[in-house]
Design a protein around this ligand. Structure first.
Ligand SMILES: Nc1nc2c(c(=O)[nH]1)N[C@H]1C(S)=C(S)[C@@H](COP(=O)(O)OP(=O)(O)OC[C@H]3O[C@@H](n4cnc5c(=O)[nH]c(N)nc54)[C@H](O)[C@@H]3O)O[C@H]1N2
Ligand SMILES: Nc1nc2c(c(=O)[nH]1)N[C@H]1C(S)=C(S)[C@@H](COP(=O)(O)OP(=O)(O)OC[C@H]3O[C@@H](n4cnc5c(=O)[nH]c(N)nc54)[C@H](O)[C@@H]3O)O[C@H]1N2
Ligand code: SF4
Ligand SMILES: [Mo]
Length: 722
């Protein structure tokens, strides 16, 4: 049986990445819905990747949760329950923990895939109903270093300060640690058009990716080399007289300190640190420094490091020194990742934040938001722990003991995942709201099945800062509820009967007021307007304001209007290779799988395209280790071990191995990763740790421990359709 589809075609957006490609859904024949192109939507102009095209498979009942699940005793099986029982159990459990251990012993973990409405209400629920400081979300693992650097330099964090459509018009673009050919395929068009227009594209990646293949020049540094690389380029543009003195004097502050720091990063030294030859450094410095306009874009490569914030700061410095910011077709930008990776970081599911990208420590912000929420400013908690710190503390005397988790699957996606799984198991109460029975949901005491993308209205904010509208296209299965409704029911059971409406537009109307006057000001944005205008760029303070596709053209968002240089210097990673663990491991994505794989591993055609984990290694390394292509290899770090087939390829550096992180079990990359945190952003070091690689005798594979997932047998069949 398929869900009831509304008769007409519905214009909406993809459930996955931050491009939020426009698509049209129509009732399906052998699927709940069919996807049609929507050529009129400007971001993707009809193009979709295979994930977007196959997304309706997620709506089928055989892959998803259709009713609440409960565990009656620790270690017992999950069984079907009805909503009143499940909600009572959650409310009682949260209240009991709060009464025994205080409000901060109750925690919330959200996700950057949640709509603005869900993220906003989750933040309000944590602060108003639970009174806890401890709410954070998976965006901490995503773009938090770029966000921190953005705020430090420009006083404001919006991933891209310009629309993607500006990219083809810049003179020289350096893309640092991003692989959009696999992670945002429809966006590749903008990079191709840039080259067709005569602009230069430079890609920085330890692997020669499909994206690097498109570039005029590919720099292939060691993982973690990005900070030194940026400083080396800054050194060269200064030495070669390519600094835009007039721009630096008029629109920036702090250049002298940054210059002094860069001078310690002379070309030979940078070559030694990064492995990038001096002649390439000179070539890039000249190309970028001499171009009339230029952009630097970073993605997770340089950001997911324990020095991610400083690294992004150094790349911003390069833009500022050469006058390539705050001007048309120039600037620094971050390619945000998740479907609502931008909006999800603005409206209060972050530990230190209130809606509108306000600081929870700012008395004026507290007063404004408290007034919208009808509570006393003093009742709002202060800042809580960042994502990994929160997970690391689960079940400990001073940590969170009851956790409500929505929109993330940390048992697969968190760093040091063996340890995180152990902490999740140590909780007194774990409540997971999800669409599918993810690896994390399998660990839960209560699983709440929620509506997804095509089944509900809601807004997301794409990587450009464009607020867009997803329209409900079909009815969810009867046992499934929106988390807006769930939060309202829980609030009522916990004594707060007002302020948690189940209607998305009603929540958005309140979000508009809560964000008014903040950095991310949505006050002038309404559902009808979004639909009429193909999205509206924030800040947009009033209904007659046109929105802001381009930021910083007149001034930066700092108090004095000047962009701030970051005076930073190279430092090693949290862990560097040594005799015991002689290789770098880096991790990332493949085209056909998404994130922890909770959704895409349930889609047959995506699984066919990317069936399982693998370890990419260079032929020279493979030869030295006696490993043949396709043979199982064991990768060991100080934290754990993973086993997956070798993929031998000369596209990777010989000192580095790569694993995608989309799978659970023996091939889980995060069994290995290092939770060394960036001191400013709290970002863990997903992009490098030290490992040892060995062949595994074929006979031994079956006896490998299955990582986090011995639980399948414990889970009773989900409740049948009602
Ligand atoms: N198919 C697919 N698309 C996705 C996602 C997905 O899971 N699957 N997820 C979405 C999300 S949430 C995000 S955040 C984005 C991520 O989008 P990207 O940042 O493009 O993806 P990654 O593969 O994580 O990393 C990009 C590149 O960084 C390189 N890299 C590794 N270490 C380093 C380093 O030290 N320095 C440099 N310069 N580069 C390095 C890797 O080799 C990789 O090619 O993708 C979004 N789109
Ligand atoms: N080694 C390594 N690890 C990484 C990374 C890396 O590059 N390397 N990248 C990191 C990055 S950038 C990210 S963004 C994270 C992502 O990793 P996760 O946070 O695990 O993200 P997803 O796998 O997208 O999990 C989202 C979950 O929410 C569910 N879901 C979908 N829609 C809804 C909804 O509306 N409501 C609710 N309640 N649930 C919903 C999905 O079914 C899924 O189970 O992984 C991080 N981990
Ligand atoms: S690029 Fe991203 S938004 Fe577009 S179809 Fe693919 S996953 Fe969806
Ligand atoms: Mo991400």
């Amino acid at each position: 049986m398929t869900p009831t589809a509304l008769a007409a075609a519905t214009d909406t957006h993809c459930p996955y990445c931050s491009l939020q490609c426009g698509m049209r859904l129509v009732p399906g024949t052998d699927r709940p819905a069919e996807v049609l192109e929507r050529p009129d939507f400007p971001v993707n102009r009809g193009a979709l990747c295979g994930k977007g095209r196959s997304a309706p498979a997620l709506l089928a009942r055989d892959v998803r949760l259709t009713g609440p699940l409960l565990r009656d005793r620790p270690g017992g099986p999950l069984r079907a329950a009805d909503w009143p029982e499940a909600l009572d159990r959650v409310a009682t459990g949260l209240a009991r923990t709060r009464a025994r251990h205080g409000p901060d012993a109750v925690g919330v973990f959200g996700g950057g895939g949640l709509t603005n409405e869900k993220a906003y209400l989750l933040g309000k629920f944590a602060r108003v109903v639970l009174g806890t400081a401890n709410i954070d979300y998976n965006g901490r693992f995503c773009m938090s270093s770029a966000a921190a650097a953005h705020r430090r330099a420009f006083g404001l964090d919006r991933g891209l300060p310009f629309p993607l459509a500006d990219i083809p018009h810049t003179g020289c673009l350096i893309l640092v640690g991003g692989n959009p050919a696999e992670t945002m395929p429809p966006a590749v068009r903008y990079f191709r058009e840039l080259r067709e227009n005569g602009g230069k594209l430079i890609v920085v990646d330890p692997r020669r990716t499909r994206t690097a293949e498109l570039a005029d020049l590919h720099l292939q540094p060691r993982p973690g080399g990005d900070l030194a690389l940026a400083l080396g380029l800054l050194h060269l543009v200064i030495a070669d007289g390519l600094v835009d003195q007039e721009f630096v004097a008029r629109r920036t502050s702090g250049f002298e300190q940054a210059r002094a720091a860069a001078m310690a990063h002379w070309p030979d030294r940078v070559e030694r640190i990064t492995g990038v030859p001096v002649h390439q450094l000179r070539e890039v410095a000249a190309m970028f420094g001499r171009a009339a306009t230029g952009m630097v874009l970073t993605a997770r490569g340089p950001e997911q490091q324990s020095k991610g914030t400083d690294t992004v700061g150094a790349w911003i410095d390069l833009c500022l020194a050469t006058g390539k910011a705050g001007r048309p077709y120039s600037g620094y930008g971050c390619l945000t990742g998740q479907g609502n990776g931008q909006g999800g970081r603005e409206h209060g599911q972050k530990a230190d934040q209130l809606p509108g990208y306000r600081s929870i420590e700012d008395p004026v912000a507290r007063e404004h938001v408290a007034a919208v929420w009808g509570v006393a400013p003093e009742s709002l908690p202060g800042p809580g722990r960042s994502a990994y710190e929160l997970l690391d503390g689960l079940g400990r005397p001073d940590g969170v003991r009851a956790l409500l988790l929505a929109g993330s699957n940390p048992a697969v996606s968190a760093p040091n995942a063996n340890h995180v799984t152990e902490r999740l198991r140590a909780l007194d109460l774990l409540v997971v709201a999800d669409v599918v029975l993810s690896e994390t949901a399998r660990l839960a005491d209560v699983v709440l099945p929620v509506t997804q993308w095509a089944e509900e209205d809601g807004t997301t904010t794409n990587l450009e800062g464009r607020v867009i509208l997803r329209r409900r296209a079909l009815d969810p299965p009867p046992g499934v509820r929106s988390e807006l409704w769930v939060l309202g029911e829980l609030a009522a059971r916990l004594g707060v009967s007002k302020g948690f409406p189940a209607g998305a537009e009603q929540v958005f109307e309140e979000l508009r007021r809560a964000s008014a006057g903040g950095d991310a000001d949505y006050a002038g944005i309404g559902y009808e307007r979004i639909a009429a205008e193909d999205g509206v760029f924030w800040p947009c303070p009033t209904p007659d304001h046109p929105g802001t596709p381009r930021l910083f053209l007149d001034r930066f968002a700092t108090p004095d209007g000047r962009a701030r240089f970051a005076a930073v210097t190279h430092r090693p990673a949290g862990e560097e290779p040594d005799d015991d663990y002689p290789l770098y491991l880096t991790t990332g994505r493949v085209l056909a799988q998404y994130q922890s794989g909770a959704q895409t591993r349930r889609v047959a055609e995506l699984n066919a395209a990317a069936p399982g984990p693998y370890v990419e290694l260079h032929p020279r390394l493979a030869g030295r280790l006696g490993i043949a292509d396709g043979e199982p290899v064991a990768v060991t770090s100080r934290r754990g071990r993973a086993v997956a087939p070798a993929r031998v390829t000369d596209t990777i550096r010989p000192d580095t191995v790569f694993m995608p992180f989309h799978w659970a079990g023996a091939g889980r990359a995060n069994s290995l990763t290092n939770p060394a945190l960036d001191p400013v952003s709290g970002m863990p070091e997903f992009k490098l740790c030290a490992v040892r690689v060995e062949p595994v005798g074929v006979g031994l594979v079956g006896s490998e421990p299955l990582g986090s997932e011995p639980l399948g047998s414990e889970v009773a069949k989900p409740e049948p359709d009602r």
